[in-house]
Design a protein around this ligand. Structure first.
Ligand SMILES: [Zn+2]
Length: 441
């Protein structure tokens, strides 16, 4: 399935007044939709947050968000819940995601007086002219060792946050804070900006896998305690500020001192051309694409549309509509219907929105360097891929492999590249990879 980018969550970080009210006033406020900070902080009063979740919204949520380095908007959403759970887990509490007395007591303990350790503010840095790696072999041009940098703050913040870098140096042009799950473009692009946003759920993905692999960890794309610990150990060893953050300094140091990774598919002889002429196809342009930013196509990723609607015409019309609807933020380069019809939606030259957070052959952002093919199928492992569809997929993949010289090892599934590992399962388990591979090899 194509990744679906969530809608804006809003980011207005405003000063939320701390108001002390009478118990009756508090009760009324609580009833109306949110306890005050004082209610929540008050040891003597009940501090459990009411459900449903919207009733949690308010200054108390903002207070917690601020300490957990979540976006401070006073709205209790999934990302705040995730940040709360992370904190609870890290500090031996029940990971309920609920703002309750135990959470607040622990926050008070970790951040005495509700004061966060000041963030380490780095001076604005000029953009590097050389990619820090990932897009070039990491060991061709080692960068010079940087002079040791002393942590500006002796008390590291849990998890490590680089909000300052986030706000200032990304340069990706996207409105930060409005994309709950930033693409790896936000997190790590070649030579541009590298920042990790918070809360931690944001961090999971291909950039994390990139770091994990260079730290000698299994690249599953999940930023957890093991990754955090390994980052801190690496930072300490290489005299970087020890904060567990994936930031530019870390990535540069990993390029130089981290585990060397063989990037890209192994070079083989040129793939012979002429066996697969361009198949007949329709064109239905999708507005959902962006430039590849100079990345060369090196992979072909297969998907299924995963639409459970049984009526084939309805399902396929909906699939085509979704992938071409402005704002759906979903697309693929090609879609193959059950009757074998191939439709091109996005030019090969552009990046279609089909891969999301992803990782392949030592590099993240697979979307930037791949072609995506959606195959209309329920994706449940039960509905067969039709004979006409298989023939069309073979013709299309064979043609694209020749045209873009894609190695066999880089013809793979969304399931294989999606990050964190296990996030996607398409195409379904009954897709005949053996037939495809033997046909286009
Ligand atoms: Zn998919």
């Amino acid at each position: 399935m194509p990744p679906v980018q969530a809608a804006s969550t809003g980011t207005s970080a405003t000063a939320l007044p701390q108001v002390v009210r009478t118990p009756a006033e508090r009760a009324e406020l609580f009833r109306l939709g949110g306890p005050t900070l004082q209610q929540v902080k008050d040891n003597g009063a009940t501090v459990s947050m009411a459900t449903p979740k919207p009733s949690r919204n308010g200054p108390a949520v903002a207070y917690v968000q601020d300490l957990l380095d979540a976006e401070v908007d006073g709205k209790f959403g999934p990302l705040t819940e995730e940040a709360v759970k992370d904190f609870q887990q890290e500090h031996g509490l029940v990971a309920s995601g609920v703002i309750d007395r135990a959470l607040l007591a622990k926050l008070d303990q970790v951040f005495p007086g509700g004061v966060k350790a000041p963030a380490t503010v780095k001076p604005a840095e000029p953009k590097p002219t050389q990619a820090p790696g990932g897009t070039k072999p990491v060991d061709t041009k080692p960068t010079e060792s940087k002079p040791p940098v002393k942590p500006a703050d002796p008390k590291p913040t849990p998890g490590g946050i680089d909000i300052d870098v986030l706000q200032r140096t990304c340069g990706c042009g996207a409105p930060h804070g409005t994309t709950p799950v930033p693409t790896t473009k936000h997190i790590r692009t070649e030579g541009k900006s590298i920042f990790m946003s918070s809360p931690k759920a944001h961090r999971d993905g291909g950039a994390v896998a990139w770091v994990q692999e260079r730290l000698g960890l299994k690249p599953d794309g999940r930023f957890g305690a093991t990754t955090d610990g390994a980052i801190r150990a690496f930072q300490q060893k290489h005299q970087l500020p020890v904060n567990g953050a994936i930031n530019k300094q870390l990535l540069e140091a990993l390029d130089t001192h981290g585990k060397k990774i063989a990037l890209g598919a192994p070079t083989k002889d040129r793939i012979p051309t002429g066996r697969f002429p361009k198949p007949v196809m329709k064109v239905k342009p999708s507005p959902n694409f962006e430039p590849r930013d100079g990345e060369k196509i090196d992979s072909i990723i297969l998907h299924d549309t995963g639409n459970p609607v049984k009526d084939v015409a309805k399902a396929e019309n909906a699939d085509l509509r979704w992938l071409t609807t402005p704002g759906s933020n979903a697309s693929s380069h090609y879609i193959v219907q059950r009757d074998g019809t191939i439709t091109q939606l996005v030019s090969d030259e552009q990046m279609a929105y089909h891969a999301g957070q992803s990782y392949l052959q030592g590099k993240d952002s697979v979307g930037k360097r791949s072609l995506g093919i959606e195959i209309c199928n329920q994706g449940n492992g039960a509905e067969p891929f039709t004979e006409k569809q298989m023939q069309a997929v073979i013709k299309l993949v064979g043609y694209l492999r020749e045209k873009h010289q894609v190695q066999m090892s880089n013809i793979t599934s969304h399931a294989a590249v999606a990050m964190p590992a296990g996030r996607k399962s398409d195409p379904g388990p009954n897709f005949d990879w053996k037939r495809l591979r033997s046909s286009v090899a």
